[in-house]
Design a protein around this ligand. Structure first.
Ligand code: KIV
Length: 261
């Protein structure tokens, strides 16, 4: 299937079988998630925090993204591989298209960018070049410094109306899906009802969207130092790693010392 076919298949899931999306940043994880039947693999710029040890996504570079997109793409996933456009690599439509092309050259099949009405021209430039785009509304991690933290949105009628206007502008510009992050469930549900492309929620309420996306480390419990309140871990990989390492250290250090010369 081509990237456009995959993006179209995702778009056609609107109102149908919910979409299961996860982030992935490396080859083995991408392969395992794909073999388990995930629909979309997002090489998100959450990479900065959960893999590279940065405080937020604002330090993630284009080179970081290309490196990890290439690793995920080597798994040759059936799932749609979406790469995040990192901060300040899509400040103009021309720059957005050039960055999107570089992500595609690294192996992405679609790109994701943050923001609504103000990004519509950029979405048009990228989709006109045949590259599918996923939108991202609600809490926008790349704006964490200006916003002074991570805040839920869609809480007031004015915020909900702005979100709907943003979503409508993105759909008109050609996105194949929209991630809704930390949006009040009622507002997420309303947007989901009113727009023609699937919404993919994270921290936006149970069953308010056409699908869900989770950061894989939250799902498998491999990043225990920060777990968002809405995360629902299904494994505890951090404990498995600690346990295996304790056993290894004990096995090696308790063996008889090497013969002295
Ligand atoms: O970077 C990321 O992981 C994301 C998800 C939170 C949707 O954008």
């Amino acid at each position: 299937m081509t990237a456009l076919d995959k993006a179209d298949a995702l778009r056609r899931r609107k109102g149908g079988r919910p979409i299961a999306a996860l982030t992935a940043y490396d080859y083995p994880t991408a392969r395992l998630l794909d073999e388990a039947g995930v629909d979309m693999l997002l090489v998100g710029d959450s990479l900065g925090m959960v893999v590279l040890g940065m405080p937020d996504t604002t330090e993630v570079t284009l080179a970081d993204m290309l490196h990890h997109i290439a690793a995920v793409a080597r798994a040759k996933p059936q799932a749609l591989v979406v790469g995040d456009l990192p901060i300040h690599t899509y400040d103009t439509p021309e720059q957005a298209l050039a960055t999107a092309r570089s992500l595609v050259a690294a192996g992405a099949e679609a790109v994701k960018l943050e923001g609504g009405v103000l990004q519509a021209e950029k979405v048009r430039a990228i989709t006109a070049a045949g590259i599918p785009v996923v939108g991202h509304l609600g809490m926008l991690p790349q704006s964490v410094i200006e916003e002074g933290g991570y805040h839920k949105t869609g809480k007031t009628p004015a915020q909900a109306a702005l979100l709907l206007a943003d979503a409508t502008a993105l759909v008109e510009a050609g996105v194949c899906a929209i991630v809704l992050e930390s949006v009040l469930a009622a507002s997420a549900r309303d947007i989901t009802r009113r727009i023609a492309v699937p919404t993919i929620g994270i921290g936006s309420g149970e069953a308010a969207c056409d699908g869900e996306v989770a950061v894989v480390t939250d799902l498998i419990g491999s990043f225990p130092w920060f777990v968002p309140p809405f995360a629902r871990p299904e494994a505890n990989v951090a404990e498995s790693i600690r346990g295996a390492t304790l056993k290894y250290v004990a096995r090696v250090t308790n063996r008889p010392p090497s013969p002295t010369p």
